[in-house]
Design a protein around this ligand. Structure first.
Ligand code: GUN
Ligand code: FE
Length: 435
């Protein structure tokens, strides 16, 4: 076993959803200490209580003035879309044709895939994200590149090869059979290696034949513990198209249900144009939604109904959805989530927002036994936030008294500049150069 390490700062984490448990959901130690050993949390609490218990000579990293939160969880992102972020002028279906497919074609080249994967993982860490669920491309080598880069950085990563055998350019098309074989080989190679997990990844119902949809459901059933990720009910044109392609289905979500793709560890990006039967079905099966506000606004897709999702008991996490989303920053994602809820006539509290970015995300991925807060035994992934990272933040934060107000300022004005450091498994994985 390794020696104990201590980090001192303002420690904030969640024990429950503030929407269910209110103030009891939050643990807050204004002068706090986080103790880590062998990559795991040993304790979190007030410095006044824990410091006297430390053996003489225990190193204490002094981060007073900074906030220490569990590492952020991005439940939906496309690493292969890093180079097409901020592409102008289209909604979903035209955007896929015009920008996404040509960009993803470049991942046939393993050298390019490796270079983007390294940049992507570094960018996640620079933004305080320590766990992500990501789409690769249709090329199996794109998955090897991504898992290799995440493994080298000891990150938690769930990813998979895109399955896509129709309604896309030939150069990005697999077949139902080959997609199944390639996915099986990738599951054997990567699932459960260190902190890596595999996700069966049918892109969305329109780009898979019924044969491929059935095989995706079969892969998910054949490998217990494996994830499944897709997109659902993002854009109204997309919803109408799915109704034409699958006339037998009651709804878009029902297509996935019919092919055995709803269940624990299945994650559906967007979930905007669902009805309550769909929401009930997601809740009953344990499927999770990934709310991707920057993407939903940028692509003009619609407004996710967080209150309804919660009322009906759905699991919900947050996603950046880069490159439909416009930022790798979970802080910016929270700020946009707030605005989406405002447009729905609801106000997302800062506590609930940061819960969703940490423990809520972990729960949606069935990883709350491993990550999401600072309970003893959890993996010691955390982000160190500087609430005064810019002149404006410093000025605004100076007269923000409560924790809730300071968190709200961070999610409204903050971005990657606020991430002072990111720790993975109890070690610094990224640190901002002193200025
Ligand atoms: N639906 C199918 N593919 C995609 C994608 O790459 N991005 C988004 N936002 N939606 C999709
Ligand atoms: Fe997406």
């Amino acid at each position: 076993t390794q020696p104990l390490r201590a980090v001192r700062g303002e420690v904030v984490h969640f024990l429950a959803d503030p929407a269910d448990a209110g103030a009891a959901a939050l643990a807050h130690f204004p002068d706090g200490l986080l103790l880590v050993r062998d990559g795991r949390v040993e304790a979190a609490g007030p410095a006044a209580e824990l410091l006297p218990q430390l053996a003489a000579g225990t190193p204490v990293e002094d981060l007073r003035g900074k906030l220490i939160l569990p590492g952020f969880v991005d439940t939906h992102v496309h690493y292969a879309q890093t180079d097409m972020i901020a592409s102008y002028g289209e909604q979903l279906l035209a955007w896929l044709e015009r920008y996404t497919f040509p960009t993803e074609a470049r991942f046939a080249d393993p050298a390019y895939a490796g270079e983007v994967a390294a940049f992507f993982c570094d960018e996640l860490l620079r933004n305080g994200t320590t766990t992500a669920m990501a789409f690769a491309t249709v090329h199996p080598g794109s998955v090897d590149a991504l898992f290799g880069a995440a493994r080298a950085r000891r990150m938690r990563l769930i990813a998979g090869k895109v399955l896509m055998d129709r309604n896309c350019p030939d150069y990005l098309r697999d077949t139902a059979e080959q997609g199944y074989l390639d996915s099986t080989a990738l599951i054997r190679r990567w699932h459960g290696v260190d902190r890596l997990r595999y996700a069966v990844t049918p892109r969305f119902a329109p780009t898979s034949t019924p044969e491929q949809m059935a095989l995706a459901g079969r892969l998910y059933a054949e490998h217990p513990g494996v994830y499944l990720q897709s997109h659902v009910a993002e854009n109204q044109g997309e919803v109408a198209w799915v109704a034409e392609l699958y006339p037998e289905a009651r709804s878009y979500l029902d297509v996935y249900d019919r092919y055995g793709q709803l269940g624990e560890r299945s994650v559906y990006a967007h979930c905007i144009w669902l009805d309550d039967d769909d929401r009930d079905r997601m809740a009953a099966t344990g499927a999770a939604a990934s709310f991707c506000p920057t993407s939903n606004l940028f692509l003009g897709s619609g407004l996710f109904d967080l209150d309804r999702a919660h009322a009906l008991g759905m699991r919900v996490g947050l996603g950046t959805d880069v490159g439909g989303g416009t930022s790798f920053s979970m802080l910016q994602t929270l700020g946009e989530a707030y605005k989406v809820q405002q447009l729905r006539g609801s106000s997302l509290s800062a506590e609930r927002a940061f819960y969703l970015a940490t423990l809520g995300g972990a729960r949606s991925l069935y990883l709350d036994g491993e990550i999401g807060n600072f309970l003893p035994g959890k993996e010691a992934d955390f982000v160190v936030l500087d609430p005064a990272a810019s002149p404006l933040l410093a000025r605004r934060t100076a007269h923000a008294d409560s924790l809730a107000e300071r968190l709200f300022v961070l999610m409204t004005l903050g971005d990657d500049r606020c991430v002072a450091a990111t720790w993975v498994l109890g070690e610094p994985a990224w640190q901002r150069a002193a200025y």
